[in-house]
Design a protein around this ligand. Sequence first.
Ligand SMILES: [Zn+2]
Length: 208
Amino acid sequence: MGGFGSGRKFGADCTDDYRSIDVRRWQRAGYLVPGQYFNWQWSINGEKVATISVKVEAEQLRLIYSYRRNSDDWENLNYPVRLQTSSCNYGGVRYWFICPIVGCGRQVALLYLGDKYFACRHCYKLAYRSQRETVDDRASRRANKIRDKLNWQLGILNLPGLKPKGMHWKTYYRLLAKHDNYSKQVLLGLAAKIEIMTNRLSALRNQK
Ligand SMILES: [Zn+2]
């Protein structure tokens, strides 16, 4: 597997940024029958941007596509990905890809084209966008819950309000401290996202 992952830094990338194939989708569409041959394509705003051919064989499928990195020459790829099945509770089977990267072999539903080969997210060290967002999303929701208790306008970027009538000062200060903590988490998350975006923009600019 020479050249796998070379020349690119992985780690902070998100799975949404990569082209992926989903074995569940192909199973639902009835494609996973030995002898089947189909094309799979990705489009952006209705425009086809990439396509691969898939040949289904016994207990594996074959991915056929060309790939090039930046302005290198196109390389024709054709390699098998093993399929595995597990039985479902209510009958029937569920299909899985076996990650084709040597030394991995994880059973997964999704494979990503990060660099040349389709591989699982562990191989590409990808983070699911939702996983990355949960921390500050959760903090934002919790902050709003407290703002609701305090009768403040929702949204941590809004000004704080006053202590509601009838609420004990002790309770008020406790909620206030919690609210400030959650707000800080949300703001740190936003700052991190802004940094990622700024880095991406300057990387794009440097490419020119
Ligand atoms: Zn893998």
